[in-house]
Design a protein around this ligand. Sequence first.
Ligand code: TMP
Length: 254
Amino acid sequence: MSNRRKIYEGKAKTLYEGPQPGTLIQHFKDDATAGNGKKHEIIDGKGVLNNRISEYIFSNLNRLGIQTHFIRRLNMREQLIKEVEIIPLEIIVRNFAAGSLVKRLGLEHGTRLPRSIIEFCYKDDDLGDPLVSEEHITAFGWASPAELDDIMSIAVRVNDFLVGLFMGVGIQLVDFKIEVGRHFEGDLMRIIVADEISPDSCRLWDIKTNRKLDKDLFREGSEGMIDAYREVAQRLGILNETENALSTGPRLVT
Ligand code: TMP
């Protein structure tokens, strides 16, 4: 593994050159960060769970015709993906008020929004990923107006799918973040979903109790993050029911 060419190392994932041109290997690390990297811990098994949860979600999106960079899972921590030109935006879809929206607008935490709301943040760690408007995006050329239409349509479709998926296993999708990129096939360019979708990038609450099952547990310094991620995987049918009792980290069904 050490002779592979590293293309990019982020906070929670590393990208390596893939086996064929136009492919990359996405490696999920156990690193958890919050507050733009100010808080940092290694959470044993997180990378393995996120690899599997993201695989499950991206495979389903691909099947539904919502194209993603996911090709196939290679092993416990890695997946083969299509190389894309990442658009420097975090695309956030919100169904309930939480996180930065509550701080910004003074809404009551957990209130259902009048409709799903899409927000954009400019991906720049030094600036703390600031919220930006469609005007900024098109004026600075981060995406064209036509691309922005595609991005918003993808965001809505991903939200519709995820809301239903999680609802089916007793989880409320409060909000989530996706990243997208340009994928080139000959002369054709298409915007596809990239990065990951996992409890690192979603707010997930148990429908009955509002218990948090996502990275907010880490952000808030609460216990039980890895158990929550394992529960999400189990509810989605990715892990065996019997593994509920295991305390030695995620043992996965292949
Ligand atoms: P926020 O309320 O902090 O703006 O986050 C909204 C959603 O986006 C939440 O599900 C967490 C996710 N998110 C990320 O995955 N990465 C990020 O860098 C940020 C700011 C949010």
